[in-house]
Design a protein around this ligand. Structure first.
Ligand code: FAD
Ligand code: NAP
Length: 489
C-alpha cells in the first residue's frame, strides 16, 4: 500500500467510525422520543403498513385516519360478495386496530377535515395509503350516457358504498357489455349472471339484490382490446365463470386462431389460463356439460380484438342502444402486444355498458406531490419524492393493480423504508410530536367527530344482526348517517 493509499484508508476508517458514533448517539437520543406515525386510509395498505411498523419496533405508535365511518377499504367495498373467504383478512386487520399502540379515527376526510401538512406537523411521519378512488375513463363519445357505468360505481353499488347508493342501474335489457377483461370485469359479469339464490346468502347490498332479482339481463359480453393470450383476468376467476350455474360460455372460435399453436411457448400461469380459455371456446363438451349448457338460460362470452369507440344512444336519447367497437389487429406478441385500430367497426346492441378499464388514484391535498400522468404519488420504495417524512403504500404507490397479497408486500416495503429512515437519522425525530392529541383538538374545532374502532364494532354488530335475520352474513348500512347513528347510539 502506498503512503497516499494508507492515509486515504485511515481517513476513510476514521470518517466511518465517527459517522457510526454520531449515528449511535442519534439513535440513543431518538430512543427517548417514540416515533408517532399516521396512516391515511384503512384499506389493506393502511393496515399492513401499520402492522409491520408495530411488529418491527416496540415503541412505534400508529394512528389510522379513514374517510368513512367504517374500515377496510376495498375489502368491504370492492371484493365480491360471493367471495367471503377473501374477507377473512379483516380478522388480521382487527387485531392490528386493537393493538395497544394503534388507534383508528374513522369519519375523517384527510384533505378536507384536516390537511396533510397539519398531519405532518403532528406526527414524525405520514403514510398515505388512500388507494385509488377514481376510475379511468374511456374518453369516447357517449361515455356519459345513462346506462353507461364505471365498474367502480357498479361494484360500489352492489357492495353498499354510500356514494353509490342511488345508482339504480336499469337491468331491464337483455344484453350487457363490459369493457375490459380484468378480474373486476369478471366479478361484475358473475354478479350480473349469478342465480340470486346464491347472492341472497352473501353480504350484497339489499337494493342491488332486489334489482338483480328483477333483472332481465341474459347475456353478458366481456370485451378486450387485445387477444386471448393477453386477457387480464386470472384462472380462478375465469373458472368460476366457466362453472357458473345456469350460464354457458359463448366464444367466437375465430378469436382463437393460432392460439393452440402458441400454447407450448407460454409461461406457466399464462399457459394454464389459455388452456382453460381454449377448453371453454373450442373443446367439444362432455355429455354432462352439454346437458348443463342446454339447460342454461343465461350466457356470457369474452370478445377479443375490439376497442370501444362510441356508445350509441337509444331513439329518444335517454339511454343506450349499442356500443360501437373497432376491430383491432395486434402488433408484437406476448404480454407486450399492442392493439392497433383498423377501419373496420361493428355495433353490439345492448342496454347496459360497464366500463371496467381500471381504477385511478386522485389527489386529495394540493401539498402532496402527484404524478397525474401515472396517477400515483411519485415515490422511491414508498418514500415520497422531495417530501421528507411523507411515505405512501398500496394502490396509491403502485397504481391500481395487484391483489391483497401484492398490496401487503408493497406496504411492508414502505414500512421498512420508514424504519430505515428512523435508524439512519434521515427522518427528523429530534422533537416529540403530539400525534392525535393535536389533531383531535383541530377536528373538534371544525365540528368533526371521529369514529373510534369500538364505535365501528357497534356498526359491525348491528350489521351482523340485521344479516342474521335475513340469512346473510351481514346486512350493510348504506348511508354515512345511519352508520354514524349506530356508532354513537
Ligand atoms: P383501498 O382498499 O382502496 O383502501 C383505501 C382506503 O383509503 C379506503 O378505506 C378509503 O375509504 C380511504 N380513503 C380514501 N380517501 C381518503 C381520504 N381523503 N382520507 C382518509 N381516508 C381515505 N384482491 C384480492 O386479493 N382478492 C379479491 O377478491 C379482490 N377483489 C377486488 C375487487 C375489486 C372490485 C377491486 C377494485 C379490487 C379487488 N382486489 C382483490 C384488490 C384489492 O382490493 C386491493 O389490492 C387493495 O384493496 C388495495 O388496497 P389499498 O389499501 O391500497 O386501497
Ligand atoms: P386490470 O386487471 O388492470 O384490467 C383492466 C382491463 O381493462 C384490461 O383488460 C385492459 O386491457 C383493459 N383496458 C385498459 N384500458 C383500456 C382502454 N382504454 N380500452 C379498452 N380496454 C382497456 O384492472 P381491474 O380489473 O380493475 O383489476 C385491478 C386489480 O385488482 C387487478 O390486479 C386484479 O387482479 C385485482 N382484482 C382481483 C380480484 C380477485 O382476485 N378475485 C378481483 C378483482 C380485482 P389491456 O390488458 O389491453 O391493457
Amino acid at each position: 500500500m502506498s503512503g497516499f493509499q494508507k492515509l486515504f484508508s485511515d481517513v476513510a476508517l476514521w470518517t466511518w467510525r465517527r459517522s457510526r458514533w454520531i449515528h449511535r448517539r442519534g439513535v440513543a437520543a431518538f430512543s427517548s422520543c417514540k416515533p408517532k406515525v399516521c396512516v391515511v386510509g384503512s384499506g389493506p395498505a393502511g393496515f399492513y403498513t401499520a402492522q409491520h411498523l408495530m411488529k418491527a419496533r416496540r415503541d412505534v405508535e400508529v394512528d389510522i385516519y379513514e374517510r368513512l365511518p367504517v374500515p377496510f377499504g376495498l375489502v368491504r367495498f370492492g371484493v365480491a360478495p360471493d367471495h367471503p373467504e377473501v374477507k377473512n383478512v379483516i380478522n388480521t386487520f382487527t387485531q392490528t386496530a386493537k393493538h395497544a399502540r394503534c388507534s383508528f379515527y374513522g369519519n375523517v376526510n384527510v384533505g378536507k377535515d384536516v390537511s396533510v401538512q397539519e398531519l405532518q406537523q403532528a406526527y414524525h411521519a405520514v403514510i398515505l395509503s388512500y388507494g385509488a378512488e377514481g376510475n379511468r375513463r374511456l374518453g369516447i363519445p357517449g361515455e356519459d350516457l345513462a346506462d353507461v357505468y364505471s365498474a367502480k360505481d357498479f361494484v360500489g353499488w352492489y357492495n353498499g358504498l354510500p356514494s353509490c347508493r342511488e345508482l339504480s342501474p336499469d337491468l331491464s335489457c337483455e344484453t350487457a357489455v363490459i369493457l375490459g377483461q380484468g378480474n373486476v370485469a369478471l366479478d361484475v359479469a358473475r354478479i350480473l349472471l349469478s342465480p340470486t339464490d346464491i347472492l341472497k346468502k352473501t353480504d350484497i347490498a339489499q337494493p342491488a339484490l332486489e334489482a338483480l332479482m328483477e333483472s332481465k339481463i341474459r347475456r353478458v359480453l366481456i370485451v378486450g382490446r387485445r387477444g386471448p393470450m393477453q386477457v387480464a383476468c386470472t384462472i380462478k376467476e375465469l373458472r368460476e365463470m366457466v362453472k357458473l350455474p345456469g350460464a354457458r360460455a359463448e366464444m367466437l372460435p375465430s378469436d382463437f386462431e393460432g392460439v393452440p399453436e402458441a400454447l407450448p411457448g407460454l409461461p406457466r400461469p399464462r399457459k394454464r389460463l389459455t388452456e382453460l380459455l381454449l377448453k371453454a371456446a373450442l373443446e367439444l363438451p362432455t355429455k354432462e356439460e352439454q346437458e348443463r349448457r342446454s339447460k342454461a338460460s343465461r350466457s356470457w362470452g369474452l370478445r377479443f380484438f375490439r376497442s370501444p369507440v362510441l356508445v350509441l344512444p337509444n331513439s329518444d336519447g335517454t339511454g343506450t342502444a349499442a356500443v360501437r367497437l373497432a376491430v383491432n389487429k395486434l402488433e408484437g406478441s406476448g404480454e407486450a402486444a399492442r392493439a392497433v385500430l383498423t377501419d373496420e367497426v361493428e355495433d353490439v346492441t345492448c342496454g347496459l355498458v360497464i366500463s371496467s378499464v381500471g381504477y385511478k388514484s386522485v389527489l386529495i391535498d394540493p401539498s402532496v406531490p402527484f404524478d397525474s400522468g401515472k396517477a400515483i404519488v411519485p415515490n422511491k420504495l414508498g418514500r415520497v419524492q422531495q417530501a421528507p417524512g411523507l411515505y405512501c403504500s398500496g394502490w396509491l404507490k403502485t397504481g391500481p393493480t395487484g391483489v391483497i397479497a401484492t398490496t401487503m408486500n408493497n406496504s411492508f416495503d414502505t414500512a421498512r423504508s420508514l424504519l430505515e429512515d428512523v435508524d439512519s437519522g434521515k427522518l427528523d425525530m429530534s422533537a416529540a410530536k403530539p400525534g392525535a392529541q393535536s389533531i383531535r383538538t383541530l377536528l373538534e374545532k371544525r365540528g368533526v367527530k371521529p369514529v373510534t374502532f369500538s364505535d365501528w364494532e357497534k356498526i359491525d354488530s348491528v350489521e351482523m344482526k340485521r344479516g342474521e335475520s335475513v340469512g346473510k352474513p351481514r346486512e350493510k348500512l348504506l348511508t354515512v348517517e345511519n352508520m354514524l347513528e349506530e356508532a354513537w347510539a
